[in-house]
Design a protein around this ligand. Structure first.
Ligand code: C2O
Ligand code: CU
Length: 565
């Protein structure tokens, strides 16, 4: 095991990844942020210098369990307060029995949307994936030309023109980036960005600055593409013209290989796919679609970016010494679709709505039975969107999470008569709260039933664990259609698309004392309160804090107040 050290200098800067200049948040002047690469068992130490002038910040290591190091999880107002402007903070954690594809991002409000994110890859010679020659990171996500804090304020405001504006759509994306770049049609600005838009200076747009991501491949070689969605609002159907994608890893869990025409990657999710360079030498487009079928009646703000088939070109897979600028020879969707001739990317890959795939389709390589559930560790969640006090909010069990100022108090009370926030609100009245679900029993199974009362899919992400997906069905749990169970080697992952008006049953083992976030990864929704916390084994957590935690770190992380700038 090795200690791997990194320094992150976080700054604000104007930058134009797709040719359209916007204020961004950068790490070491890079976008996306630097690659963190380590081996299973290594310790990672990151010195974070917050050089921004008026924003606090944090960094969260998405998918890394933080075994016995919950205070390094980097969630503002949950595991720490924001690192104030001009201050620094050192993250240090060990990778314990994990491998695969991860990423990191700011976890303070919607800040990551402006660029504070990067990939994190964990290698392990024991990893059970088929052999491949090379690997490539395909880091993609929706992109916004307006500062995210402006967009979220607008999103939460039911009267804003972003909600009811020109085309009646929400604060939808301006572009889709792959590894921090894409092209952009500057003539679109005049319609989507009126002058004086949100008080920002008229942005500069220079089409010659935008470019497609190009990756070179050698005929007959095999490649592992590590797909990561760093987005804010959308899942994407990713495909490569004329090539099949063989899924071998999902959120750090190796699965028996399954071949698809493409794969739907929701925010925060990761897929490793093996692709064979077995086609005639030439260029092939990598594409993604906005899943408009999942978001009806919503449409992408800048729908002009879609081609006639509804695909958005993201990049070029370029064989041997083909000039990457030469016209591509592939055709979107021309490969035999295992799900039928129509090549509707959502055909059969959707599960009564918009979902990754049937939950029992991927089969983990490492066998694991469903954990037995302890009656003390049972939870039931229900979420819905409501307007309250002139804000669009999301309520879970009738509370809407907010980063309250009492974080330090919350932590100090752990182990001293800490009591769970009562789940007893009897109306949909506006209530900003930090819903805390108590997991008292050590090393016992935790079951969480999540009910969606909403008409849209949502990507749910759990910190501190990967969960088992043991049950699913339409409607409310126990009230709608029957639950389908899978208790033998259920799929495990850390970010799951929960379809509209349906339920899922998740389980995990209470083997990691901590305060863990569980939230929708749509940044606007997270900020709108779609977020709960699990307080796992508070008494063990107290011991951990007292016995193993360096006091300096403890004081530093717990005592800063939340400041959003
Ligand atoms: Cu990707 Cu709570 O985070
Ligand atoms: Cu959501």
């Amino acid at each position: 095991p090795t200690l791997r050290e990194f320094t992150f200098n976080i700054t604000q800067a104007m930058s134009a990844p797709d040719g359209f200049q916007k204020p961004m948040i950068l790490i070491n002047n890079q976008f996306p942020g630097p690659l963190i690469e380590a081996n299973n068992g290594d310790t990672i130490r990151i010195y974070v210098n917050n050089l921004m002038s008026n924003w606090s910040t944090t960094v969260h290591w998405h998918g890394i369990d933080q075994k016995n190091s919950t205070w390094m999880d980097g969630v503002a107002a949950v595991s720490q307060c924001g690192i104030p402007p001009g201050e620094n903070f050192t993250y240090e954690f060990k990778i314990v029995d994990q491998r695969g594809t991860f990423w990191y991002h700011s976890h303070l409000s919607v800040q990551y949307t402006d660029g504070l994110f990067g990939p994190l890859i964990v290698h392990d010679p024991q990893e059970m994936v088929p052999a491949y020659d090379k690997e490539r990171i395909i880091f993609m996500g929706d992109w916004y030309h307006t500062y995210a804090s402006v967009l979220v304020a607008s999103y939460l405001n039911p009267t804003s023109r972003w909600m009811q504006g020109e085309s009646g759509v929400e604060a939808l994306a301006d572009n889709l980036l792959i590894n921090g770049r894409n092209t952009y049609n500057c003539s679109v600005i005049s319609t989507t960005f009126p002058p004086n838009h949100d008080g920002l200076p008229t942005p500069l747009c220079d089409e010659s600055q935008g470019e497609l991501y190009v990756t070179k491949v050698k005929k007959t070689k095999t490649y592992r593409l590590r797909l990561i969605n760093h987005g804010t609002f959308f899942s994407y159907w990713f495909s490569v013209d004329n090539h099949m994608l063989e899924i071998v890893e999902i959120d750090g869990v190796e699965v028996a290989p399954i071949s698809f025409r493409g794969v739907n990657v929701n925010i925060g999710q990761r897929y490793s796919v093996i692709i064979r360079a077995d086609q005639p030498v030439g260029n092939y487009y990598m594409r993604a679609t906005f899943p408009t079928t999942c978001f009806l009646p919503f449409v992408p703000y800048n729908s002009s970016g879609l081609d006639s088939t509804g695909y958005r070109v993201l990049g070029v897979l370029s064989y041997d010494d083909t000039d990457p600028k030469a016209p591509p020879i592939g055709v979107a969707g021309n490969t035999t679709n295992p799900y039928g001739a129509a090549d509707n990317p959502f055909n059969k890959l959707v599960w009564e709505g918009c979902n990754d795939m049937p939950f029992d389709m991927p089969v983990p390589m490492r066998q694991e039975a469903a954990v037995d559930v302890s009656p003390y560790n049972m939870h039931y969640l229900e979420y819905a969107f409501r307007q309250s006090q002139n804000e669009n909010r999301i309520f879970i069990n009738k509370t809407s999470w907010a980063p309250l100022e009492n974080n330090a108090t919350l932590w100090k009370t752990i182990g001293q008569n800490f009591s769970v926030a009562p789940n007893s609100y009897n109306s949909w009245a506006y209530s900003l709260d930090q819903e805390v679900l108590l997991v008292p029993e050590a090393n016992a199974g935790v079951q969480v039933v999540v009910n969606s009362l909403d008409a849209m899919e949502h990507p749910w992400h759990l910190h501190g664990h990967e969960f088992q997906i043991v049950g699913w069905g339409k409607g409310l749990y126990g009230e709608g259609q029957p639950t389908t169970w899978n208790l033998q080697n259920p799929m495990r992952r850390d970010t799951l698309t929960i379809p509209a008006q349906s339920h899922v049953v998740l389980r995990f083992l209470a083997d990691n004392p901590g305060m863990w976030a569980f939230h929708c990864h749509v940044a606007w929704h997270m900020e709108g309160g779609m977020f709960v916390q699990f307080l796992e084994r508070p008494s063990d957590l107290t011991n951990l804090l007292d016995n193993t935690l360096d006091r300096g770190v403890r004081n530093k992380s717990m005592n800063f107040c939340y400041r959003s700038g």
